[in-house]
Design a protein around this ligand. Structure first.
Ligand code: AMP
Length: 286
């Protein structure tokens, strides 16, 4: 039983609060014990102030005790890095994988267009994710500037330590990978969402991923050009799911803690991935 756990959420912006048009700088999610609250707050404020996207003049911290009975304990997605030499190659592979998830090419091209143009209506980045209908390409998030923010997520300390150890073997032990894996794991557990596409808006971070319950967390070291501040997340929604409002509520509100780790793998080729996909799809059709 998890005793007295608290969700701590940080979001930072420049030019005023996000709601008043401020530019999103950074955000983070933690679930910690009561005695860790002060240290965590310090770390999160430090992090907001050190961000490469700029110095924030607005930092919002939210601290909330969780009802521990509602916390879902889950296993993280398996991770693979698919070998790429440049972002053209990475994007083409990501598109092919999204096709294998049942999304047609026109919709996939539209999703890339959103991330490349700046997904908010004013061409800026969003602080949350786009929800995209995989049949029509329609955007389903109620607020097109904010998007859907996946919240109340973290690792149990033992799982976090083990993950850091495993990722270090491949030079991947950084906030980007740890936090994206945590978010993607929660998202993958919702049947309404067939897959996720993400690359960061941090100019120096060119990696990105396609994640799904079917194939796991598939990283590419190159999904965007270095120096670009355009990035975002797209959750691809199966329109057959009639419970979208409930899914949005759960993504934002329901606490998830990763207590066990899926396998952390090193680099594989696209051909290796095809073998993995073949077995996953064969298993799913049984
Ligand atoms: P990051 O990987 O933190 O650089 O974030 C890349 C993009 O993903 C951001 O610009 C947001 O649009 C989106 N994003 C970041 N955090 C979340 C979150 N907690 N839930 C949904 N989308 C997010």
């Amino acid at each position: 039983m998890n005793k007295n756990l608290y969700s701590i959420r940080m979001r930072a912006a420049q030019g005023g609060p996000h709601e008043c048009g401020g530019k999103h700088i950074s955000g983070a999610e933690r679930i910690v014990k009561e005695k860790e609250i002060m240290d965590t707050i310090r770390q999160l404020i430090y992090r907001a102030q050190q961000h490469e996207r700029g110095y924030p003049d607005y930092i919002n911290l939210n601290i909330e005790m969780l009802n521990t009975e509602n916390i879902r304990e889950v296993t993280s997605l398996p991770i693979y890095t698919i070998k790429t030499t440049n972002y053209f190659e990475g994007r083409e592979m990501a598109k092919k994988i999204l096709e294998l998830l049942g999304i047609n090419r026109t919709i996939i091209e539209q999703s890339f267009h959103h991330l490349l143009q700046g997904p908010a209506p004013n061409g800026a980045n969003m602080r949350g994710a786009i929800l995209m209908d995989i049949k029509t390409g329609q955007r389903l998030e109620p607020d097109l500037s904010r998007g859907i923010r996946v919240s109340r997520i973290d690792y149990k300390p033992e799982a976090a330590r083990e993950l850091a150890h495993q990722l270090s073997r491949y030079g991947l032990n950084n906030n980007h990978v740890r936090e994206a894996l945590c978010l993607a794991t929660k998202v993958s557990l919702f049947p309404a969402i067939v897959g996720e596409l993400c690359w960061s808006d941090d100019p120096s971070y060119t990696a990105g991923y396609v994640a799904s319950s079917k194939f796991g967390y598939l990283r590419f070291n190159h999904l965007k050009e270095k120096g670009s501040a355009r990035g975002g997340r797209i959750f691809f929604v199966d329109p057959a799911c009639s419970e979208l409002e409930k899914t949005i509520y759960r993504l934002e509100q329901e606490p998830y803690l990763i207590t066990k780790l899926g396998k952390v793998n090193g680099e594989i080729t696209y051909d290796d991935f095809k073998q993995i996909a073949h077995s996953a799809l064969k298993g799913a059709s049984k």
